[in-house]
Design a protein around this ligand. Structure first.
Ligand code: AHR
Length: 497
């Protein structure tokens, strides 16, 4: 029997709610159709935002939403998306399918969406093709409340009150789609651009996020930090609050990617193996960050992560639309357990992307909406938000196929402000259940929920409830805590008081 040991006395780092963050880009049907349908749509909406989608997202307590990209961000000129909608510029979305972007969703609409969701804001600025002045004016437009040209323009556009920008990204993937820069070139640009990301509201300072590495490009992390920190006393004063990291799981590699729904057991384990690599990345990039920032003041911001498969047949290849199965639920569960365990450094993570793109939590088709297996994992894990990580460990055994060996179980444990201990466990085996003995000492009661099904199981518009959360009662009290049997291919959440 595997042992899950929980040390209630050993409280570790705070699990920032933002680790459960999301990402919305002007890409395919993420914003348009997926979230924003416009005020005149027959689909029920409030100020253009779909009621069904907003309600579902509120249920999983989306803590923060990144916008407008992604690659789109470094080609986005924010002034195209303000003012009367009929006058807004129609542009080509060069990155994503070459379709017309009519800019009907812009800055005001983004803040309206975040207000409806009750979440923090994370705006990604344009360093790749925008000017310092443009970025600086956007910040002024969004956050300055006194007398100024941009505050005046915002007022003329209907918002006298300034908004709060919690996080601001100074460029995106500037090693690639954001300008193909070298690390030292980007770092010097970062130093310059961030200078003009002014904090107009000292009570709500903007956290500035520097563009970090792609996957295991450790040289990028080293060089960017070296150049940023060299000769810059300013770094002590809100110079850099976060450094991003992007990691996507492509089962068959970047070129082929692989199907979202049609896979064998070997590919199943290969996908989980590749997903587990995020822990190595966090550790290795973290070691470099430790050299420059031993007190861990700069957060690691995993602002793009998730599975990226071949697009669904018959859909626009530039729209990155894919289905979502129990395999994705396990990727989500194991990744969130890893982020929790590294919450001393990982301060935010944003799943790519929130609706209709890549590992989406929601899929839409016309007026229909489906919650994916990944959605349900975020529902099970939401209890970790802003709780404190507890020291824990679990016995594991190696499973998988010859080349793709993985541990059978992953877990993380936290305690919230009401003293409730939340435990999340994933069983990564496609076909084997396990007995787990949990050592936790005294408790009064336990409730538990489970998400489990065959590895290919998914929710479709015809059958939206194939994969859903169920109550879980398969546990019993022991002298040292409780034991339970975790079914194959499942994610379980326990609340222990
Ligand atoms: O999420 C899709 C794209 O992946 C993003 O726009 C970009 O930042 C990354 O390459």
């Amino acid at each position: 029997m595997a042992r899950l040991k929980i040390n209630k006395q050993k409280k570790l780092s705070k699990i920032n709610a933002e680790i459960y963050g999301h990402f919305s880009e002007h890409l395919g049907r993420c914003i348009y159709e997926g979230i924003y349908v416009g005020e005149n749509s027959p689909i029920p909406n409030v100020n253009g935002m779909r009621c069904d989608v907003v309600e579902a997202l509120k249920h999983i307590k989306v803590p923060v939403l990144r916008w407008p990209g992604g690659c789109f961000a470094d080609e986005y000129h924010w002034k195209d998306g303000i003012g009367a909608k009929e006058n807004r510029k129609k542009i080509i979305n060069t990155h994503w399918g070459g379709v017309v972007e009519d800019n009907s969703f812009g800055t005001h609409e983004y803040f309206e969406l975040c207000k409806q969701l009750g979440c923090k804001t994370y705006v990604n600025g344009n360093l790749g093709s925008g000017t310092v002045q443009e970025m600086s004016e956007w910040v002024e437009y969004m956050t300055f409340e006194g007398v100024s040209p941009m505050a005046q323009l915002r007022t003329e556009n209907g918002s006298e009150k300034a908004w709060t920008v919690d996080y601001f990204g100074v460029g995106n993937e500037n090693w690639g789609c954001g300008g193909n820069m070298n690390p030292d070139f980007y770092a010097n640009e970062y130093r310059r651009y961030q200078t003009y990301v002014r904090n107009y509201n000292s009570e709500k300072p903007i956290s500035k996020i520097c563009c970090g590495a792609n996957v295991d490009d450790y040289e990028w992390t080293e060089e960017v930090l070296k150049t940023c920190f060299n000769h810059s006393p300013a770094f002590l004063h809100g110079f850099m609050d976060g450094l991003s990291l992007h990691y996507y799981v492509h089962p068959e590699g970047w070129e082929i990617k692989g199907s979202a729904t049609d896979f064998d057991k070997e590919t199943f384990y290969k996908t989980l193996y590749k997903a587990l690599f995020i822990e190595t990345l966090i550790k290795n990039h973290g070691l470099i960050m430790d050299k420059y920032d031993p007190e861990k003041k700069i957060g690691m911001i995993v602002d793009e992560w998730g599975t990226w498969y071949t697009v669904e047949e018959g859909t626009n290849p530039g729209f990155l639309y894919q289905q979502n199965t129990m395999r994705d639920a396990l990727v989500a569960g194991l990744s969130l357990n890893i982020f929790n365990k590294h919450s001393d450094r990982v301060k935010m993570a944003n799943l790519a992307q929130i609706v209709n793109v890549l590992q989406a939590v929601i899929l839409t088709e016309g007026d229909k909406m489906v919650k994916t297996p990944t959605y349900h994992v975020f529902d099970l894990y939401k209890h970790h938000q802003d709780a404190v990580l507890l020291d824990s460990s679990i016995d594991t055994e190696e499973i998988g196929t010859y080349e793709w060996k993985i541990p059978n179980l992953t877990e993380s444990v936290s305690i919230n402000k009401n003293g409730v201990i939340n435990i999340t466990v994933t069983n990564l085996s496609a076909d084997k259940s396990y007995e787990i003995n949990t050592e936790i000492d005294e408790y009064e009661n336990i409730s538990a929920q489970i998400l489990t099904n065959e590895m290919h199981a998914m929710n479709t518009f015809e059958k939206p409830d194939t994969v859903e959360i169920k109550e879980f009662n398969n546990f019993e009290k022991t002298q040292t805590g409780f034991k339970f049997n975790i079914p194959a291919c499942s994610v379980v959440h326990f609340a222990v008081k």
